[in-house]
Design a protein around this ligand. Structure first.
Ligand code: AQP
Length: 327
């Protein structure tokens, strides 16, 4: 079993990124050979202020480690340090159909009503396919929002194999049963996103305990006072229950029972403390790492290990497609 997954340094990761992706990256290290990438090339599909991109890239790398990615067992690296990603990305752009990219819901959501949408935002799924296929990953842990991009990756791998002979492994998505789609705190119809313009809509992994308490206190609920899991009729409260359950060992039915008849106040208070307790050790380790030389060393070693796998695969692709290889 070989795993590849990535996260964009397009903001500070949120509790959604953690519950939908990062914590599973950590768990799966026991079973698989894992490649984890800070996909910085994806982040610039929307404008990024250079100093912010620089900081966010260090932040995300440190958060991977603080969450429990073990660099002795897994490969942690930056996408821009391994040029094979851009090279295979171009070949995937030439394989994918314009119509397929146009059907991607994330592109529609991110481009809606915006002027000056970059071509990179449109072709992003081709680069994502390259990221995964370069490592011949068998499994890709992602949140629900990435399912469509992963299906496209599978289609592209199959198309390539059919056209040029068996080359790529067809990767399977690994989508968690609970926490695969954490919703915004201010609008339960939208997913929680690190690049949202309203910081009150998400809990960042680096929010202070007081910020976390304030954001949860202000999170929208509904006009009833019943802590009940019903995503259709009570999406906001159901989202809070999902977060609570994911941050503790308690199941959703146990939580419904515990808060039956007590209203939203005590529920939100305890939820905030559960989130604070879950993030505290992670934040402590993060502070030790973020500006350390250890972090630079881990990323340099990661890039070397990633190149050792990516480059031979890229050469194989060039060869299969008929490129004249340098001698
Ligand atoms: N709300 C979410 N609930 C569960 N999982 C989520 N993921 C993202 N949002 C949620 C998962 O986190 C991983 C990293 O995502 P990404 O950095 O590649 O970008 P994204 O999916 O576009 O996440 P964001 O936070 O919404 O970033 P921006 O705002 O920059 O677009 C993925 O596995 C994703 O499924």
């Amino acid at each position: 079993m070989r795993v590849f997954s990535g996260m964009q340094p397009s903001g500070t990761p949120t509790l959604g990124n953690y519950l939908g992706a990062l914590r599973h990256f950590v768990e799966i290290q026991d079973e698989a050979e894992c490649f984890y990438c800070v996909v910085d090339l994806h982040a610039v599909t929307v404008p990024q202020e250079p100093a912010a991109l620089h900081r966010q890239t260090r932040q995300l790398s440190a958060l991977y480690l603080a969450a429990g990615i073990d660099p002795r067992r897994s490969v942690l690296f930056l996408q821009s340090h391994v040029p094979a990603h851009s090279q295979l990305g171009w070949l995937m752009e030439c394989l994918v159909h314009y119509g397929e990219l146009g059907r991607m819901t994330q592109f529609k959501e991110k481009s809606e009503g915006k002027e000056g949408v970059s071509a990179g935002l449109f072709t992003y799924p081709a680069l994502m396919a390259a990221d995964i296929l370069l490592y011949q990953a068998t499994h890709v842990p992602v949140g629900e929002d990435q399912k469509q991009h992963l299906e496209l990756t599978r289609d592209l791998a199959e198309r390539f194999n059919k056209r040029y002979g068996d080359t790529f492994v067809i990767p399977e998505p690994l989508i968690p049963k609970v926490g695969s789609r954490i919703m915004s705190l201010d609008d339960p119809t939208k997913k929680m996103s690190k690049s949202s313009a309203n910081p009150g809509s998400y809990i960042s992994l680096l929010d202070s305990p007081d910020e976390i308490r304030k954001k949860i206190r202000r999170a929208v609920t509904d006009s009833e006072a019943e802590v009940r899991f019903d995503p259709q009729r009570k999406p906001a409260v159901s989202n809070l229950l999902t977060i609570y359950s994911s941050c503790t060992d308690k199941t959703i039915p146990e939580l419904e029972k515990q808060y039956s008849g007590v209203g939203y106040g005590p529920f939100k208070q305890d939820l905030a403390e559960a989130v604070v307790a879950r993030l505290e050790p992670l934040q402590e380790r993060y502070r030790e790492l973020v500006d350390s030389e250890e972090l630079d060393r881990i990323l340099a070693e990661g890039a070397t290990k990633a190149k050792a796998v990516a480059e031979p695969n890229l050469h194989l692709v060039f060869e299969r497609m008929g490129f004249l290889l340098p001698r």
